[in-house]
Design a protein around this ligand. Structure first.
Ligand code: NAD
Length: 474
């Protein structure tokens, strides 16, 4: 791929590139420009130049370009999904879902009246006030590798329709799909400079996006530690920030739950995208009275997961995306094993015969003590730790005992339990009898160390605009 800067497809200014590898095979899938701070500055210059014209266009005209792009993305979803599978590792069905999710997000935002959310106030003898919502200017979008296409859509959809110019920085291990999506947006009519893609390391490209004072807002999705660095780098310019960080979502299965439904929810919630979803089920609390049946049925269902290359249509779980993620997961599972923190009833190791890829077997660990490393750290891979609880009091206490607060779910048929759990679970999103689904139409984000700010929904537009008050005396 090449970078998109000022409407041109270009190499990095240094001329260097880096290779992108298929996590299932180790093969090279493609290469991307190895950029540095100077490439970000070139994108900033182009974005500054493009801003005035783009911001002054009718929001409907901006939306139309997003809509045309979404149509093209849907038309090419198999090709884009294949590229995503090749660089990210997820099964092709999940990759196509993600590509469609990107299109759906653009479709959602294209129609929102971004320029019309202001107001008017009659100030009597003091005149009249018009409150306009104005775009911020240049926005930086820093993207992780786990859902690169979807998360790019969550950031650029509201930012662009609101009249901002955007610089996207994809993750090192999954930049290609983001580049192809930008190509489609440019083809749909985005003027030069409105959207740039700059690939390269977080330590240079990402940090320059966070630091460069001309970039007025940074929307970052990734790990908490990186989010802290971004916040510090953005502090001198007092930039606006949205930080979507890690999670350790609890799933509570009550004694009156539909067990079949909860088993399906746990399997999808934990093993979708090889467990590398910010809102994956990362801690499962099941009531003692149904634990045996729940675990027996869950184990049978996990047994049926087919691990392999995501391009193979029979595969339901691909590899992890990168060596670092695999090493971290192995370390966490090994630590739990050494400390005798629960019983690994399935998996717990890499499958034989897949040495070239970053594969790990779907893993279920039961009887996990509440102070286990599997509960205190974010487990970003296919390992499901399970603990039993006596009742709802204990379940809620355990669930909230985390520095994270992204998502949480409760599985029950009781209206009282639903009322209490949705009130008391300390998370940005609480699901009832489901987990993981994140439609673009509702706010999404975390509390505590899972981040600050919200993406999605109509109010994401507020995060990409600022009020300007105009006072008029006539
Ligand atoms: P990461 O923090 O390593 O990287 C995210 C992005 O930041 C990448 O593009 C990376 O190159 C860039 N980056 C790295 N160092 C930087 C720096 N100093 N300054 C600026 N940018 C820098 O995260 P990851 O491993 O790609 O993603 C996995 C993490 O993301 C998990 O913790 C997961 O829970 C979290 N996540 C959160 C959400 C959410 O919405 N809350 C969604 C998806 C993933």
């Amino acid at each position: 791929m090449k970078n998109l800067i000022n409407g041109e497809w270009c190499d990095s200014l240094s001329g260097k590139v880096f290779a992108v590898h298929n996590p299932a095979t180790g093969d090279v899938v493609g290469e991307a420009p190895l950029c540095g701070e100077e490439d970000v500055r070139a994108a900033v210059e182009a974005a500054e130049e493009a801003f005035v014209d783009w911001a002054s266009r009718n929001p409907g005209d901006r939306g139309k370009i997003l809509f045309f792009a979404a149509e093209e993305v849907r038309r090419r979803n198999t090709e884009l999904g294949s590229l995503l599978t090749a660089e990210q590792g997820k099964p092709i069905r999940e990759a196509i879902d993600e590509i469609n999710g990107f299109a759906k997000t653009l479709e959602y935002y294209h129609a929102l009246p971004a320029g019309e959310q202001g107001g008017y106030q009659d100030l009597g003898g003091y005149g009249h006030a018009i409150i306009k919502r104005q775009p911020l200017g240049i926005c930086g979008a820093i993207i992780p590798w786990n859902m690169p296409a979807l998360i790019m859509g969550w950031k650029i959809g509201p930012a662009l329709v609101a009249g901002n110019t955007v610089i996207v920085k994809p993750a090192r291990t999954a930049p290609l799909t983001c580049g192809r999506l930008a190509e489609i947006l440019a083809g749909a009519g985005l003027p030069p400079g409105v959207l740039s893609v700059v690939t390269g390391p977080g330590e240079t490209v990402g940090r320059e996006i966070a630091r460069n004072p001309a970039i007025r807002k940074v929307s970052f999705t990734g790990e908490g530690e990186t989010g802290r660095v971004v916040a510090q780098d953005a502090a001198p310019a007092l930039k606006q920030l949205t930080l979507e960080l890690g999670g350790s979502d609890p799933m509570i299965v009550c004694d009156d739950a539909d067990i079949g439904m909860a088993v399906e929810g746990a399997v999808r919630g934990r093993f979708y995208n090889c467990g590398q979803t910010c809102t994956a089920v990362k801690r499962l609390y099941v009531f003692e009275s149904i634990a045996d049946e729940f675990i027996r049925r869950l184990a049978a269902r996990v047994e049926a997961i087919v691990v392999g290359n995501g391009m193979d249509p029979g595969v339901s779980m691909g590899p992890l995306n990168n060596r670092q993620g695999l090493d971290r997961l192995m370390h966490q599972v090994d630590t739990a094993r050494e400390r005798d923190e629960g019983e690994i009833i399935m998996g717990g190791k890499a499958p034989a015969g897949y040495e070239r890829g970053f594969f790990f077997l779907p893993t279920v660990i039961t009887g996990v003590p509440h102070d286990s490393v599997l509960f205190s750290e974010e487990v970003f891979g296919p390992a499901l730790p399970i603990a039993t609880v006596k009742n709802l009091d204990e379940a809620l206490k355990r669930a909230n005992n985390s520095r994270y607060g992204l998502g949480a779910s409760v599985w029950t048929r009781s209206a009282d339990v639903i009322a209490r759990a949705t009130r008391e679970l300390d998370a940005g999103i609480v699901w009832v009898n489901q987990h993981l689904r994140i439609p673009p139409d509702v706010p999404f984000g975390g509390v505590k160390e899972s981040g600050t700010g919200r993406e999605n929904g109509i109010r994401a537009l507020d995060a990409y605009t600022e009020e300007k008050t105009i006072l008029i005396q006539v």
